[in-house]
Design a protein around this ligand. Structure first.
Ligand code: FES
Length: 652
């Protein structure tokens, strides 16, 4: 074949094409992932490519500078208007002249990978359910009468290979003016369909629509609701924001909300209304932050625990408050945003991830989606720490899940000087093993409490209390410094040699900070605080340990700490405390808000939705409440560290 050879990188795909073939056409024929919204009309600039020149011994070609046709008028127009990155060409305009090597930059790939910092977690590859397509539509003809919608659907079918699309009344209303204003060209946002909805046109813009469309990844927690607004073309997070869950006024924790609905007629509806209102306020907030119209939000993915799941959908959570904790449905749910009173685009879609079990919700499914234990060769333990800890253990062979009632101590609640993580809260603690003197850092300042200038640095916030990650470090440091015995008892000043220990009623407490001279509080750790942390950590450990029993192992290869709180826990201190099973410290990582990331993955990639639906079916659920081994582990795990296994960290 004397036709020129075209080699695409990074895919390595190659083929011979006649002189004059547009690069976009060659790419499509070879199945190279090169983006296009305008279908090769030189309007969208999504098809940018970079030709390479010189010798390519590996490929056996020499590429002349003239391997592609000259810069044409369309590219010139684009350059004048917007400027093309130096070295780039429009793939739909540049034509093959001789052998050529062409690089498709990441941003020109339709299925581009959104960068994730952690290599061991799942990749995010763009494959959104809603996309933009530009088309030229035939004009109406008296001799062959047909509707504007039918001709639009025909054009989308022939140009883009789309199935026969349906359209809502909203699209029909905007279609005729858009077609005429755009001189018989329009850009359509098309939802490609799923198990619930057939493919359909969501919106039309006259001519070429130069903007983007957006989606929301929402982590609906019992305390806070966090939303990430994502560009559905680039995958970029363009704004993130959070609000307190307005349901808090009906009860701090989930069970008190379930009992509110039991005790009050219409209580569940009241809570449903409250959470949806809060959500709408949050959507206004993120759209304002990104300076976009809320009507451009066409898709939203929600992750939440089972009680929030039911209350958000308007389902009474009564059954979740009692054994056997039956969910109304554990399957994933697709519906219209309108059905949930959400103020997004009128045709916007909503997707809720499946729940794993009555105690292990769509938030845990989202963590599984983000961390992909089912794809891990190593045995992976994922712990999402909150009021309830959701725990996953698995590898490519199988995945187990349970939830464990840790209570709110890890969030700073039920701790005498505890508080939520906020500026002024102590989050890092060190105790000198020789002098037994403490030093600490508070959220909002880089300085340690014994650094010069510390008091001035925290003058605005003060030192207000100790947050969850602070209390974990505190207890672990106290144990390492010998201020605390293995049973969790704080020693006397004589026993410990520390003047920070003092008699406080019948037990001893430890004074971490006396802020009274500055008008602030005294921050102490009492024996009751230690007890609360012991209970919480024993619950967490026992859940993990139970899953290990069921798996038939006594070691895990890797531990991932998830959740906003998990992101701040020091792995070393968590292990000293015996929160998590023994594991090499360099194998303990933090995943940040993995549930939120899972929501983002499901938003940006529809295949990931199918993946997690299958994964969840295959996860084995373990109910901690009916497992006698859980209690056994719990009793053994309340010591610091646990009595059940030696901890390497204390041996070294
Ligand atoms: Fe749109 Fe080339 S495909 S500019």
């Amino acid at each position: 074949d004397a036709n020129p050879l075209v080699i695409f990188t990074p895919s390595g795909k190659r083929g011979r094409f006649p002189v004059g073939t547009p690069v976009l056409t060659a790419a499509r024929q070879l199945g190279v992932d090169l983006d296009s919204v305008c279908g090769g009309r030189g309007i969208c600039s999504k098809c940018q490519i970079t030709p390479s020149f010189g010798d390519f011994p590996k490929h056996g070609v020499h590429v002349e500078k003239t391997a592609l046709s000259d810069w044409n008028a369309v590219e010139q127009r684009y350059e004048d208007k917007r400027g093309l990155t130096p070295g780039r060409r429009l793939g739909c305009q540049a034509m093959v002249q001789s052998d050529v090597v062409i690089d498709v930059p990441a941003e020109s790939q339709m299925h581009r990978q959104v960068v994730r910092k952690r290599v061991e977690a799942r990749e995010i590859v763009m494959n959104p359910s809603t996309r933009l397509y530009y088309v030229e539509v035939e004009q109406p003809d008296m001799h062959e009468p047909s509707g504007d919608l039918e001709r639009l659907v025909k054009a989308l079918r022939s140009d883009w290979d789309l199935p026969d699309l349906e359209a809502d009344i909203g699209v029909l209303k905007m279609l005729q003016p858009a077609l005429r204003k755009g001189n018989w060209t329009v850009t359509c946002a098309v939802h490609l369909g799923d198990a619930t909805f057939s493919p359909r046109i969501m919106h039309v813009w006259p001519g070429f629509y130069d903007g983007s469309i957006y989606g929301l990844a929402v982590d609906l927690g019992s305390t806070t609701i966090a939303a990430h607004l994502c560009d559905l073309q680039s995958g970029e997070v363009v704004a993130s924001s959070g609000v307190m869950n307005p349901q808090i006024r009906f009860g701090e924790d989930l069970m008190s909300r379930v009992s509110y609905s039991m005790m009050n007629a219409g209580g569940a509806d009241e809570m449903t209304r409250a959470v949806r209102e809060g959500m709408n306020a949050l959507f206004v907030q993120v759209a304002t932050e990104a300076a976009i119209d809320r009507n451009l939000i066409l898709d939203a993915v929600f992750v939440c625990n089972p009680v929030m799941h039911h209350l958000f959908l308007g389902i009474d959570p009564f059954e979740l408050g009692q054994a056997p904790f039956a969910l109304a449905t554990s399957e994933a749910i697709s519906l219209r945003a309108m059905e949930l009173d959400l103020n997004l685009h009128p045709a916007a879609r909503v997707y809720l991830l499946p729940c794993i079990a009555g105690h292990v919700g769509a938030d845990a499914a989202a963590v599984a989606l983000s961390e992909a234990p089912e794809q891990s060769e190593e045995l992976l333990l994922v712990v999402d720490v909150g009021t309830n800890a959701e725990i996953l253990l698995g590898n490519t062979k199988k995945v187990l899940a349970c939830s464990s009632p840790t209570g709110p101590a890890f969030e700073g609640a039920q701790i005498s000087s505890g508080q939520r993580a906020a500026p002024g809260a102590i989050e890092r603690v060190q105790i000198d093993p020789a002098t037994k003197a403490p030093r600490f850092q508070v959220i909002g300042s880089e300085l340690w409490s014994d650094d010069p200038g510390f008091e001035a640095a925290v003058a605005n916030t003060g030192v207000t209390g100790i947050c969850g990650s602070g209390i974990i470090e505190m207890v672990a440091e106290m144990r390492l410094a010998g201020l605390l015995d293995g049973s969790g008892l704080i020693g006397s000043p004589e026993q410990t040699g520390s003047s920070h220990c003092f008699l406080d009623g019948r037990t001893h407490s430890y004074l971490l900070w006396d802020g009274t001279a500055l008008g602030g509080p005294k921050i102490t750790v009492t024996n009751r605080d230690i007890r609360e942390i012991q209970m919480a950590k024993a619950a967490l450990y026992s859940g993990a340990r139970l899953l290990m029993d069921k798996f038939g192992v006594d070691r895990v290869d890797r531990v991932v700490l998830a959740g906003a709180f998990g992101a701040h826990i020091s792995p070393k201190h968590a292990m000293v405390l015996g929160m998590i099973p023994d594991c090499p410290l360099d194998k303990v990582t933090s995943a940040g808000n993995a549930a939120g990331t899972g929501a983002r993955i499901a938003l940006l990639n529809t295949d990931a939705r199918r993946d997690i639906e299958t994964t969840v079916h295959n996860i084995h659920k373990i109910e901690t409440a009916i497992e006698p081994r859980f209690q056994e582990h719990f009793v053994n795990a309340s010591n610091i560290p646990n009595a059940v296994e030696p901890f390497r960290i204390l041996r070294t």
